[in-house]
Design a protein around this ligand. Structure first.
Ligand SMILES: [Fe+2]
Length: 385
């Protein structure tokens, strides 16, 4: 194996016993290129030719306030396979915020668990006082890697073979881009959405296979919401408005507390891929929150959508958590939410919704063969804990 260490990044992180900065969560600060990795067991099949990339959170600087694991600076890890050999490299994503904190040699933004007064600089995205760390998600589109942040940061481009930084994706709108953009491998299009605290509160857009934004339209909501993911079929995109969102009275005082709004249904916006506001059809369903969708497809008059229905979207604080972290840890534990694989069927003729669980186990974050994205499919692979 040949190992090349890159010049070190600046870090000011102090020793800590924070559960999300230690153990398996210990931030990695070193960037390397490792060629021809040693195979400890078996052999790498010679017919695998491609890259596996994942996004992670690695806090570079001492937090200004209470660290939340979603605050950590985005870092891509890549293993590339060819001719029975494997190479590895990793890179921090050079977001504007990462570069600003490198220059300052310290944190400039508070985190998700902090009050708005903690940040030293104006924040980015939907929340308004956070750092854009581009650490949530990564997809391949138009010959590039696209990394995104769940609070609607700027989408960043990187090269899929070298992880060379490509800066802000030219198609990204000023309103930002949420995590979980979707790539339709049948057409090469990328579908995305964003959300904010300002009306119309949500937008939806399409980027063509060459990386050019070709569609962008408002999806007006009744107020600020917290969507995390979207779904699509061959002809439709599906955006969501769940009754789990910021307490409006507290939000008026710039305090961010998420709660279930009893009496409100889950709402789904079904929009033709190139549809505008007037084409949106709204469907209602049982109240819940869904962090991640699996797939959607058309079946006669019905649009079928699968995702992980949370039976307890606002879980109680975790009883055995370290002091001050009981709420945070409950919200990071899949078992608290009780997500179950669920199927919604939206009848495009009658406007009716039918829905049921597909499985009673606690499951989340499913993957399936992306050649079947937007089409009927048989197999999915979900995480459990
Ligand atoms: Fe996610």
């Amino acid at each position: 194996m040949k190992l090349e260490r890159l010049p070190p990044v600046r870090t000011s992180l102090q020793p800590t016993n924070h559960p999300y900065l230690t153990g398996a969560w210990t931030p990695l600060h070193e960037e390397v290129n490792a060629e021809d990795l040693q195979v400890l067991e078996g052999a790498i099949p010679t017919d695998i030719d491609g890259v596996y990339v994942r996004n992670t959170e690695n806090q570079a600087h001492q937090p200004l306030g209470r660290y939340h694991p979603f605050d950590g600076d985005g870092m891509l890890h890549m293993i590339s396979f060819k001719d029975g050999k494997a190479d590895y490299r990793n890179r921090f994503i050079r977001t504007r915020c990462f570069e600003a904190e490198q220059e300052a040699g310290q944190s400039l933004w508070g985190g998700l668990a902090d009050g708005p007064g903690v940040s030293v600089r104006p924040g980015f995205g939907a929340h308004g006082s956070l750092k854009d760390s581009s650490s949530t998600d990564v997809v391949a589109h138009g010959g590039k890697i696209v990394s995104t942040f769940y609070q609607c940061g700027e989408a960043y481009w990187l090269d899929p073979e070298t992880l060379e930084q490509g800066g802000v994706a030219s198609w990204a709108p000023l309103d930002g881009v949420s995590a979980h953009t979707k790539v339709d491998e049948a057409t090469g299009e990328l579908l995305f959405f964003n959300y904010s605290k300002q009306a119309p509160y949500m937008h939806y857009g399409v980027v063509d296979k060459d990386g050019k934004r070709v569609h962008y339209t408002p999806v007006p909501l009744l107020g600020p919401r917290l969507p995390h993911d979207m779904a699509f079929s061959a002809n439709y995109s599906i955006l969501n408005d769940f009754p789990v969102f910021w307490d409006q009275d507290l939000l008026a005082q710039n305090i961010h507390v998420v709660r279930m709004h009893e009496g409100l249904p889950s709402r789904f916006a079904v929009i033709p891929r190139y549809g505008s506001e007037a084409d949106i059809r709204w469907f209602e369903a049982a109240p819940t929150y869904v962090l991640h969708w699996l797939n959607a497809y058309e079946d006669g008059d019905e649009l079928v959508m699968d995702g992980y229905f949370q039976e307890d979207p606002c879980p109680a604080p975790l009883a055995d958590a370290p002091r001050g972290l009981a709420h945070m840890m409950a919200y990071l534990d899949e078992h608290s939410f009780k997500p179950k694989l669920h199927r919604w069927r939206f009848n495009l003729k009658t406007g009716e919704t039918r829905e049921h669980h597909l499985d009673d186990r606690i499951l989340e974050f499913g993957m399936f063969n992306q050649r079947y994205a937007g089409k009927p499919y048989r197999y999915a692979y979900s995480t459990t804990t």
